[in-house]
Design a protein. Structure first.
Lengths: 66, 392
């Protein structure tokens, strides 16, 4: 399992996380800042979450292995 | 493949390292880092780092254990000076010679100086963390700043400086700076925004000369004779690919390292990030992009191709720029000749989005404080234009 930590202060609203893993990430309507839908998603989603973390252009997604 | 050497330890280089290990490369990995800091993120340098809201630890790309976890021989503060394809060797500034089976070139860019640019205290260019720290220190000790070059970097520095309370003069030889990247419609709106915020923008002007006192810049004079007293000047007129160390290597160099559609420059030799010019598989032209997202995506593909994946690199380019309360986001590349179709809102107002079409195809979409909408509209890029744009 992985546990996801997001940093709204760093997020730039690029939306790459939503494209990579829409089950786990969304964006606020007004400013596009990330919304975490599930902090500990099921293992089946782990590859897409890893891709989201890697693509994030603002280092706003940190993954903790649990 | 026993040993892969990655030259350049910034975003592209470190992403390649991570990808190689994820793809089960079990051999030796050597990373050559010419800087004295471990790889860090550059977009904040012109914004929060300059403004003092972020420091070095906030922008470090990888945790300290990254290099040990990925079994990386990280050579920090060491420059690669020569590469020879025939012998598959790299010479380092220390005199050491490294052999390689695979080579990933990610040496990035450096700022382009003005012709005959003098070396003076207070006269800066911005590429590295050390540059940003030095500029910030000078900004805190003065009230006026001159920025030469109103591209993204110059405009971001101008916005940061205004928000720190400095008087800012922004000089650019073009009448509409940034038009090449964002098109004239958005560029005009961006200029209005900067003027509203009190930036003194001198378009159509260039620098004639610098004045100094004991090695410290004191004023510049523009080509129309205007003299601007200032203790700090930042030159942001573009950048140059760091390929000098590859001259005579046997690689083709032309505005970067020339690669095929697979980011391959020669057998076993790949390039990624700002330094890589690759053959765009759909557009059929050599292209080099200087976007943050692009470095990540290209490094992932180049690393996988080094291990034999054979994936043509066909990205959807993405960049953003922030100033004051505005965030511009662009997916795709805005063609010089285009029809612009407003998708929502009004140009230059929050919530604005537009499609940029050429030959009946959407080549890019742009948004101004419209993050959610522009992500959805990004699916339009590469598709036939909405009918209004075709008949426009």
């Amino acid at each position: 399992m992985i546990k996801i930590h997001i940093d709204e202060h760093k997020c730039v609203g690029a939306g790459q996380c939503v494209m990579a893993s829409p089950e786990v990430f969304d964006q606020r309507e007004d400013d596009g800042i990330v919304i975490l839908l599930q902090q500990q998603p099921p293992d089946a989603l782990t590859p897409s979450v890893r891709k989201a973390a890697k693509l994030c252009p603002a280092l706003a997604i940190r993954l903790e292995e649990t | 493949m026993d040993r892969i050497v990655v030259v350049g330890a910034s975003l592209a280089g470190l992403t390649a390292v991570e990808t190689l290990r994820e793809e089960n490369f079990a051999g030796e990995l050597v990373v050559i880092n010419a800087e004295t800091h471990a790889g860090y993120d550059r977009p904040p340098l012109s914004k929060k780092v300059l403004a003092g809201g972020m420091n070095a630890s906030d922008i470090t790309l990888k945790p300290a254990e990254f290099f040990a976890t990925n079994r990386v021989d990280h050579r920090i503060g060491v420059r690669a000076t020569v590469m020879d394809l025939a012998t598959r060797t790299i010479a380092l500034a220390t005199g050491e010679i490294l052999t390689f089976d695979g080579l990933l070139i990610a040496t990035g860019l450096r700022p382009r100086p003005l012709p005959r640019q003098p070396v003076l205290r207070g006269l800066h260019m911005l590429r590295t963390l050390d540059d940003a720290v030095a500029i910030r220190a000078d900004m805190l000790g003065t009230e006026t700043m001159v920025i030469i070059g109103a591209g993204f970097l110059g405009c971001e520095v101008a916005a940061t400086a205004r928000q720190m309370g400095l008087e800012v003069v922004l000089v650019d030889p073009m009448e509409l700076p940034m038009a090449r990247q964002v098109g004239p419609e958005l560029a005009a709106a961006l200029l209005r925004k900067h003027r509203q915020k009190g930036v003194d923008i001198r378009t159509g002007r260039s620098v004639r000369s610098f004045e100094e006192s004991e090695g410290q810049v004191t004023a510049i004079t523009l080509d129309d004779g205007t003299r601007l007293p200032t203790k700090i000047v930042v030159v942001t007129i573009g950048s140059l690919a760091n390929t000098e160390w590859l001259q005579g290597s046997g690689l083709s160099l032309d505005n970067g390292v020339v690669c095929d559609s697979f980011c391959c420059a020669a057998p076993g030799v790949f390039a990624a990030g700002d330094v890589a010019s690759w053959l765009h598989p759909r557009l059929g032209v050599q292209m080099r992009l200087e976007h943050r997202m692009h470095a990540t995506e290209q490094a992932m593909i180049a690393a996988r191709n080094m291990l034999g994946a054979g994936i043509a690199f066909d990205p959807l380019p993405y960049f953003w720029t922030d100033f004051y309360d505005a965030r511009i986001q662009v997916f795709g590349r805005i063609p010089v000749e285009h029809e612009m179709l407003v998708l929502s809102g009004q140009i230059g107002e929050p919530g604005f989005t537009a499609a940029f079409c050429q030959g009946g195809i959407v080549e890019a979409v742009a948004g101004w404080n419209a993050a959610r909408d522009i992500r959805k509209f990004s699916a339009l890029v590469g598709k036939p234009a909405p009918i209004e744009a075709v008949t426009d």
